[in-house]
Design a protein around this ligand. Structure first.
Ligand code: WQD
Length: 337
């Protein structure tokens, strides 16, 4: 059984991936500094798994502390989630994002070399595409100028990994470009824990439906789309987690590779369609208003997923309806707690 270090493993996508790893006979080791998550996720994991996975409360930018973890655990592979990911917040605090997102990767790559760990699954993002020149966007689409420090930190991180792979023949990496992760584990025991006012659409919808927020502001309805609102590719977080296991399994059969893969449904939905679907499938009201466009937003982005289907034999299995039902179930669990 392969031991996998999961940095940011108590985070939103990280904890769902921990469940998936254990379902496929990997041994996950969680590393998290808990700056963007909390104990409720560990409690939920313990309830789902029936035991508590190994957890190191460690900051990935701390070389000394991370050296200790590598030395103790001697991992076979790393899934590197640990990063901040709020597009708007990154514009307000660029140095926080460049330090955390890039320095953590540099520490991980350095220690992988020192401990001869040669398989890396990296958490990248569709934000590397900016506003793509073509849709659906495929992995060969030339990256546009990032529209935020967050997006740029992912572009730089990908280049760091590409260059390191070119210099280190035994290293094998996948760059997983997430589109818009939403939803929660069907048990409603783990899910997204937005701190303060949510940046992302779906947690804002669920908090509005729960009465925590007065209303949802739709950021602009004057885009050149069918209903004027932005289009994104929303993917169930459980489907996203499954793709990480597929990526690890694929890497074990490769040598010296560095491949990017789009992880999305392969189709776009508008903000208004997401809101309307949420209302329909959960039979709840959501108070909305139309506001101005949000800076940094691209008009539409959705994935061409043919490469990941062919190489990793992975595709989404859950619908937008299911993701929005699971998101609401998780919100009700949080509100009752
Ligand atoms: C989606 C749409 C908003 C909130 C996210 C992640 C980023 C990356 C890509 C992984 C936009 C609109 C939102 C609200 C709204 N994922 N919206 N009212 O910006 O696509 O980026 O996916 O790396 O990390 O942040 O997602 O959910 O913020 O916005 O109208 O209150 O919803 O304008 O059109 P985004 P989002």
């Amino acid at each position: 059984m392969k031991k996998v270090l999961v940095t940011g493993g108590a985070g939103y996508i990280g904890c769902h991936t921990v469940v998936e790893l254990l379902n496929h006979d990997f041994i996950p080791i969680i590393i998290d500094n808990f700056s963007n998550t909390d104990e409720r996720i560990l409690q939920g994991l313990e309830e789902i798994l029936g035991f508590m996975p190994i957890v190191y409360r460690t900051d990935c930018t701390d070389y000394k502390a991370m050296h200790e973890v590598f030395s103790l655990e001697k991992p076979d592979a790393v899934i590197h989630f640990a990063a901040f990911k709020a597009v708007g917040e990154s514009t307000a605090h660029p140095l926080k994002y460049y330090h955390n997102n890039i320095d953590s990767l540099l520490v991980v790559l350095r220690l992988m070399d020192e401990f001869n760990v040669n398989e890396l699954v990296f958490s990248s993002s569709c934000t590397v595409y900016g506003q793509p020149a073509m849709l659906p966007v495929n992995e060969n689409c030339p990256p546009q100028q990032a529209t935020s420090p967050y997006g740029y930190s992912k572009q730089v991180s990908e280049q760091i990994i590409i260059d390191t792979c070119a210099a280190r023949p035994q290293l094998k990496c996948t760059l997983l470009r997430y589109f818009n992760p939403i939803g929660a584990h069907p048990s409603a025991l783990i899910g997204e824990l937005p701190y303060g006012i949510p940046n992302n659409l779906v947690p804002y919808i669920t908090q509005t439906a729960a009465g925590i927020r007065e209303k949802l502001t739709i950021h602009g309805n004057d885009y050149s789309t069918n209903d004027g609102t932005c289009i994104r590719d929303y993917i169930h977080v459980c489907d996203l987690a499954a793709a990480h296991v597929k990526a690890l399994e694929w890497l074990s059969g490769q040598s010296n590779v560095c491949e990017a893969f789009n992880l999305g449904q392969g189709k776009g939905n508008s903000v208004k369609e997401v809101v309307d679907t949420f209302v329909r499938v959960n039979n709840v009201a959501v108070n909305i208003e139309i506001g101005p466009r949000r800076s940094g937003d691209v008009e539409q982005v959705y994935a061409d997923v043919s490469k990941v289907k062919n190489a990793l034999h992975w595709q989404t299995e859950r619908s937008l309806d299911e993701a929005l039902k699971d998101a609401w179930k998780w919100q009700r669990h949080l509100t009752q707690a």
